[in-house]
Write a protein that binds this ligand. Structure first.
Ligand code: NAP
Length: 378
């Protein structure tokens, strides 16, 4: 440990934390994320599952979004989704012909694609969208491994297209307020982080979350959020130790990550598909602590702050379900000709996936996508 004996209580801005760039509007009381920031964009949505529905409902609230097209593997699901949300066009997999999403990407009216398939399909679908010249917002994690992400980033940069992982927490007013409090020095220096996320997932072998072919498991689904809080408070770790429990299909049911920092700080992160915990992030600092509340740590409605002046609870409203903030950022970036969001840079996505690749090596967790990436890189 290299801590000095006794931390001074200071209100000076602290160093050593990684304050993510705040997207415009990610502040309580800022202009509504629903208000237009430029020319309307034509959106195309890939998949009709659970998150596709929730995010599309938020997308429909933006003044400058046009729900242009949806694609599905099934004609009936594409038609139902288009009808429910008012998409102008729907595409589906043709027997022996091109997939629904490939047909949709050939539509010249599409500006930007939102990908909401299981993890294992993210790479193929996002690559196809980029190769058709479309901007891309892809659900988390961007890909199953870092090699796939690096290839998508290369294509996007070659073609001057926008690409972003849909890590929506980064754009929320509540999360940005937490990171502002930490950076202000009010609570002193962050020393350790504890975060958990999980729920008892029903034992449905057909569900993508349990399916190794879909890139299932707790790590890829949930740990991107616990890591977000650790990296925001402590920066990127110097080392990481992982333990976990895999099921008989080789998917991780639960995992524990300990992030180590050379100066002695640490973070303990748990993700689980077996049990629900409080779903909070706690950041312990030399002059107080901060804990998320009012919902899981990916979308906290409250911050509980204990500092030299006592304990307080800050509460936050959300526009829509809360995806509106990231959708505003994607829209603003594309309207302004940016190819990545300063608040969710591609470098952060790549570093996270490199870190998760290392964790998976420790856990013995491999997916079919890893073999494809190995083959592609020789
Ligand atoms: N940001 C968030 O808060 C959040 C929350 C939950 C999940 N997610 C992420 O969103 C993605 C999708 O999760 P989800 O919970 O929405 O999953 P889901 O309910 O299982 O939906 C996935 C959809 O993908 C399509 N699909 C395409 N190829 C598929 C294949 N080979 N096998 C199965 N489905 C396929 C299906 O739509 P069609 O049948 O119409 O083709 C399916 O309905 C994941 O990346 C996940 O991590 C994000």
């Amino acid at each position: 440990m290299s801590f000095p004996a006794g931390h001074p209580v200071t209100a000076a801005p602290v160093t050593g934390i990684r304050r993510f760039v705040r997207p415009p509007g990610a502040q309580q009381g800022a202009a509504s994320p629903l208000a237009s920031t430029g020319r309307p964009l034509n959106w195309a949505v890939v998949a009709t599952g659970s998150i596709a529905r929730t995010v599309t409902a938020d997308l429909s609230l933006l003044e400058d979004s046009v729900l242009h097209a949806v694609s599905s593997r099934s004609q009936a699901r594409a038609a139902e989704f288009a009808d429910r949300f008012g998409f102008a066009a729907s595409y589906f997999d043709a027997d022996g012909g091109p997939s629904g999403f490939e047909q949709m990407f050939a539509d010249p009216a599409v500006d930007v694609v939102y990908i909401a398939t299981p993890h294992a399909q993210h790479f193929d679908v996002a690559r196809s969208a980029l190769q058709h010249g479309k901007h891309v917002l892809c659900e988390k994690p961007l890909t199953v491994n870092a090699a796939e992400a690096a290839e998508l980033i290369r294509i996007a940069r070659d073609r001057n297209l926008f690409l972003m992982e849909a890590l929506w927490t980064r754009f929320l007013p509540s999360a940005n307020r937490a990171w502002d409090i930490l950076a202000s020095g009010e609570l002193g220096t962050p020393s350790w982080v504890q975060a958990d996320l999980g729920f008892p997932a029903p034992a449905d072998p057909a569900a993508r979350i349990w399916d190794p072919a879909a890139g299932g498991g707790a790590l890829l689904d949930l740990s991107v959020y616990t890591l977000t809080w650790a990296v925001a408070a402590l920066g990127w770790p110097d080392d990481i130790k992982a333990s976990g429990l895999l099921n008989e299909h080789g998917v991780d049911i639960q995992n524990a990550l300990t992030l180590h920092y050379d100066d002695g700080r640490h973070a303990q992160l748990t993700s689980s598909l077996a049990a629900s915990g409080p779903g909070t992030a706690t950041i312990a600092c030399s002059a107080g602590w901060l804990r998320t509340g009012g919902g899981d740590l990916y979308n906290p409605g409250e911050l509980h702050v204990s500092g030299p002046a006592g304990v307080r609870v800050e509460s936050f409203d959300r526009a829509g379900t809360g995806y509106t903030y990231q959708l505003r950022e994607v829209t603003r970036c594309i309207q302004q000709g940016l190819t990545e969001s300063p608040a969710m840079p591609l470098e952060d996505t790549l570093r996270t996936l490199e870190l998760l690749d290392g964790v998976r090596a420790q856990l013995g967790l491999r997916y079919a996508n890893d073999s494809h990436a190995d083959a592609a890189t020789g």
